[in-house]
Structure formats: structure tokens, C-alpha cells
Design a protein around this ligand. Structure first.
Ligand SMILES: NC(=O)c1ccc[n+]([C@@H]2O[C@H](COP(=O)([O-])OP(=O)(O)OC[C@H]3O[C@@H](n4cnc5c(N)ncnc54)[C@H](OP(=O)(O)O)[C@@H]3O)[C@@H](O)[C@H]2O)c1
Length: 286
């Protein structure tokens, strides 16, 4: 039986432990991680994947691009695809820091709870991999999207990067602290918190009585959580009359989706998984 080999090409110095575990749980027989992957060294890694097996076995080799920087991940992902020609190709997935799978799980659960079209959505700390993908997926659902950052400049840079990839520019808001983020969510219907692990972004008092906020999702499971008053296990739970999703509430779907995508990488040598089709799968699984 030909072994299923998953090559983790990580733009961080060390390949992700999380992605390694989910690679095995998704069905790979071996997960081989490379850290420090750049545009300069990725070509030789791809060549090793595409030239080594015959047409019938090639589907059992696949590439997963990860790392903490989604812009670097996107560039490596593009370089991987560019290296393919004719049937010298293998399946490939982009999920820097769980960006696509985490954002897809969160937005799909929100969309399952209520239609998002025409709603105002604010992605708090929307400059990281998860927040940037969440902004894109909220836009796919027809929401009007803004992202915040502690620095207006970083918000603008992320907004531009989102436009480069998805062709829309979320409003960029500089919000240095919880008070500024409380002001940023005024008038919004949806709040999606995508801040770094263990970083509180919004206090409970700043959303519980808000007249417009209808739904909140928080990706950060480690206390203190991103949105005060959200329990990590909440999964479309009603709190203060609003629908609330916590990091572990969406984490179950994220893991299911991540594993399902890895499994599908080995079904043919032509799968290409990124935001749009990962989001479509999240909606089907939600
Ligand atoms: N639930 C799940 O299944 C799951 C899966 C994967 C990831 N996650 C979680 O998803 C969240 C987002 O992941 P990510 O990789 O996109 O995050 P990240 O890149 O580490 O951080 C996102 C943003 O948080 C902001 N931030 C960092 N430290 C801050 C601080 N002290 N105060 C205020 N803002 C701060 C930064 O924005 P600015 O510098 O622009 O302000 C940063 O760009 C993390 O909490 C991660 O643990 C959850």
C-alpha cells in the first residue's frame, strides 16, 4: 500500500505541532515538517513531491502550507502551485495558523444562526491570519466588514493585503485598547474576535446591553478570552439576548473541517484548498 505523505511547509522557523497532529488525524501515514520555508527554498521541496511517484501513486503525496504569517503563506502557496505543470502536481492546502479552517468554522456557525448579508461586522484584531480570513468569509456572506488593530497603519496594511487576495477592502480601524474597541463595535451587528492567544479585546459591559449587536464569536480559548462574558464552550448560545460562539464551540468544527480537508488531499493529485472552498465545506459541515 502506498504511504500517504503530507509535507508541512511552514513559513515559521519550526513546523507547527498542531498541524502535524491534525495531519495524522486527517489520515496521513507520515507528516514531514519543514520550517523556515521561503520563496527561495520552496521550489526544491515541491520538486521532491512531484517527481517521485508515478501517475497512480502521486495522489498519496500532498502539501500543506502553514505558519504564523498569512501573507508569507499565500506567497509560498502561490509558488507551490506555479511549480506544477502538466500532471506533475500534487494536492495542496493553505491554512497558515489555522486561518482558513478556524475562520471558516466561526463564520459558518454565525451564518447558520442568522443570515449575515447586509449586516455590519467588526473583526477585532483582524490583522492576524484568522482575522484576515474571517473578514474575507464575512464578505463572502455579504456582510459589510471592518477590521481593527492596535495600530491604524497595521489595520490598513491588513486591509490592503485582503484586497490583494479577495478584491475588497475592509474598513481599517485603529483601536489601541478595550475602550477604543468598544467604540469600534458601536453600530455593528456582528463582532468576531481574532486576537492573539490569551489577549482580552472587549469587556462584557461593552456588548451586553448594546442595541445593535446580534452575534459575537471569539477564537481565543485561553483565559482571559477575547470577549468578556463569552464561555469558550458556547456554541450559538444565547447570552444577553445575543448569539454567542466561543473558541471551543467553534473549535470542534474547525478540527473536523481541517481533518476532512487533509483526508481529501489524498483523493486526487489536483485538490487546491484555500479560503473559498474551505469555507464552502465548513458550511456543509456546520
Ligand atoms: N478555536 C480554535 O479552534 C482556534 C484555532 C486556531 C487559532 N485560534 C485562535 O485564533 C486567534 C487568532 O489567531 P491568529 O494566529 O490569527 O492570531 P495572531 O496572529 O497571534 O494575533 C492576531 C492579532 O492579535 C493582535 N494582538 C496580539 N497581541 C495583542 C495584545 N496584547 N493586545 C491586543 N491585540 C493583540 C495583533 O493585532 P495588532 O498588532 O494589529 O493589534 C495580532 O495581529 C488566536 O487566539 C488563536 O489562539 C483558535
Amino acid at each position: 500500500m502506498t504511504k500517504k505523505l503530507l509535507f508541512l511547509l511552514d513559513t515559521d522557523p519550526a513546523p507547527s505541532v498542531f498541524d502535524t497532529v491534525v495531519g495524522y488525524d486527517g489520515g496521513a501515514d507520515h507528516v514531514i515538517g519543514y520550517g523556515g520555508v521561503t520563496l527561495e527554498n520552496v521550489g526544491a521541496l515541491v520538486d521532491g513531491a512531484i517527481y517521485t511517484r508515478g501517475p497512480k501513486e502521486k495522489q498519496f503525496t500532498a502539501i500543506f502550507v502553514g505558519g504564523g504569517n498569512i501573507v508569507a503563506g499565500e506567497a509560498v502557496f502561490e509558488a507551490v502551485k506555479k511549480r506544477f505543470f502538466s500532471n506533475f502536481r500534487v494536492s495542496v492546502m493553505l491554512d497558515s495558523n489555522g486561518s482558513n479552517t478556524t475562520a471558516a468554522a466561526g463564520v459558518a456557525l454565525l451564518a447558520k444562526a442568522k443570515p449575515l448579508a447586509g449586516k455590519k461586522a467588526v473583526v477585532l484584531a483582524g490583522t492576524g491570519p484568522v482575522g484576515m480570513r474571517a473578514a474575507a468569509m464575512l464578505h463572502i456572506e455579504g456582510a459589510e466588514v471592518a477590521i481593527t488593530s492596535r495600530s491604524k497603519q497595521s489595520a490598513e496594511a491588513a486591509s490592503k493585503a485582503i484586497n490583494d487576495r479577495f478584491g475588497f477592502t475592509p474598513a481599517a480601524i485603529g483601536a489601541a485598547d478595550n475602550a477604543a474597541r468598544a467604540a469600534a463595535v458601536k453600530g455593528a451587528h456582528i463582532v468576531f474576535a481574532a486576537g492573539g492567544i490569551g489577549v482580552p479585546l472587549l469587556d462584557e459591559k461593552d456588548w451586553q446591553d448594546d442595541p445593535t449587536i446580534e452575534m459575537l464569536a471569539d477564537c481565543n480559548a485561553q483565559p482571559p478570552v477575547g470577549i468578556g462574558g463569552v464561555d469558550p464552550f458556547d456554541k450559538a448560545k444565547e447570552r444577553h439576548g445575543k448569539i454567542v460562539i466561543g473558541a471551543l464551540g467553534l473549535g470542534g468544527l474547525k478540527l473536523k473541517l481541517h481533518r476532512a480537508c487533509v483526508g481529501q488531499l489524498f483523493e486526487s493529485s489536483e485538490q487546491v484548498f484555500d479560503a473559498e472552498n474551505i469555507y464552502a465545506q465548513a458550511k456543509a459541515l456546520a
